[in-house]
Design a protein around this ligand. Structure first.
Ligand SMILES: NC(=O)c1ccc[n+]([C@@H]2O[C@H](COP(=O)([O-])OP(=O)(O)OC[C@H]3O[C@@H](n4cnc5c(N)ncnc54)[C@H](OP(=O)(O)O)[C@@H]3O)[C@@H](O)[C@H]2O)c1
Length: 250
C-alpha cells in the first residue's frame, strides 16, 4: 500500500520508513528536506496523491511552539488527506503526555491527539515511551559548560527501530478510533543511570552531576507518570543492549 510518513527523516519516522519499505509498501516522505512543509502546507496535496495511510511522526524543532506546530501539521494532513482519500491516520504520541502539566512539548502532543480526533479521517493514536536515544539528548542539552546533569526519573525506554515497526503494524491494521495500547521497552530504567551509562559508553569526558528537575515535567518523571500502563505492548531491546551496541567515541 502507499503510506506517507510525516517526519520520515526523523528518528522515529526514518524507522517507520525503513520498516514499511522492508514490508514492500510504497513510501512517501513528508518533511521539509523532502520538499513538503506541513506547517505552511506547501507540497502536501501533491505528495498525498494516491496515499491510503498517513503515519505522523513529525516533531517540532527549534523554538517553535509545539501546540501551534502540531495543530498546523495535523490541519495540513487531515485537510489534504481527506481530499486525497486517505483512509487512516496513525499519530505517534508520548505515553503519559496528558499527565504532565506545564511542559509545552507534552501539551503539544495532547493538542496533536485532539486535533487528529477532530480531523475527519479514521485514526489511531500510537503512544510510545522515550527512545533509548533520549539518554543522548538529555546528556546533550542538560549541561552548563563542561558539566552535564543527569535528572532523576522513572522511564521505560524503547528501541526506535521497534517503534517504527509498531507504527507500520498499526498502519496495516484497521483504525482504532482512539488510543492503541501503549508501546514501551521491556523494562523500567532510571533516567539518571541512563544518562551516566550513555556518557560512559560514548567516551564523553565531562562531569555528570545529579539534577532534580523542577516543575511538572520533573514531577512526572519522578512519580512514574511517564511509565506505560499494564496492558502495554513491549519491545525487545533493553537499554543495556542499546548501550552495548553504541560505537565508542574515538
Ligand atoms: N524522542 C523520543 O524519545 C520520543 C518518544 C515518543 C514520541 N516522540 C514523538 O515522536 C515524534 C517524532 O520524534 P523524533 O524524535 O523522531 O523527531 P525528530 O527526529 O526531531 O524528527 C522530526 C521530523 O519532523 C520533520 N519536520 C519538522 N518540521 C516539519 C515541517 N514544518 N514540515 C514537515 N516536516 C517537518 C523533520 O524533517 P525536516 O526537518 O526535514 O522538516 C523530521 O523528519 C515527535 O512528535 C515526538 O514528540 C518522541
Amino acid at each position: 500500500m502507499r503510506i506517507a510518513v510525516a517526519g520520515g527523516t526523523g528518528q522515529a519516522g526514518a524507522a517507520a520508513v525503513a520498516a514499511a519499505r522492508e514490508r514492500g509498501h510504497e513510501v512517501v516522505v513528508l518533511a521539509r528536506s523532502a520538499g513538503v512543509d506541513l506547517v505552511r502546507g506547501t507540497g502536501v496535496a501533491a505528495a498525498l496523491e494516491g496515499v491510503e495511510v498517513v503515519v505522523d511522526a513529525s516533531g517540532v524543532q527549534g523554538k517553535d511552539d509545539p501546540t501551534a506546530f502540531h495543530e498546523a501539521v495535523t490541519r495540513s494532513l487531515t485537510t489534504e488527506g481527506q481530499r486525497a482519500g486517505v483512509r487512516h491516520v496513525v499519530v505517534l504520541s508520548i505515553v503519559g503526555c496528558d499527565r504532565v502539566h506545564g511542559f509545552a512539548l507534552y501539551a503539544g502532543k495532547v493538542a496533536q491527539e485532539r486535533a487528529t480526533a477532530r480531523g475527519g479521517i479514521p485514526f489511531t493514536i500510537a503512544r510510545a515511551t522515550q527512545f533509548h536515544e533520549f539518554s543522548r539528548q538529555v546528556f546533550g542539552f542538560a549541561k552548563a559548560g563542561p558539566v552535564h546533569f543527569a535528572p532523576s526519573g522513572r522511564l521505560q525506554p524503547v528501541a526506535v527501530r521497534e517503534v517504527g515497526a509498531r507504527l507500520v503494524d498499526l498502519a496495516e491494521a484497521a483504525p482504532v478510533g482512539g488510543r492503541a495500547a501503549d508501546f514501551a521497552g521491556p523494562r523500567e530504567e532510571s533516567l539518571r543511570t541512563m544518562v551516566r551509562a550513555y556518557a560512559k559508553a560514548a567516551g564523553e569526558r565531562g562531569v555528570v552531576l545529579p539534577l532534580r528537575v523542577p516543575g511538572g515535567l520533573g514531577r512526572a518523571q519522578r512519580d512514574g507518570s511517564l511509565l506505560p500502563g499494564p496492558d502495554a505492548v513491549r519491545g525487545a531491546q533493553t537499554f543495556s543492549e542499546w548501550i552495548a551496541a553504541l560505537p565508542a567515541k574515538a
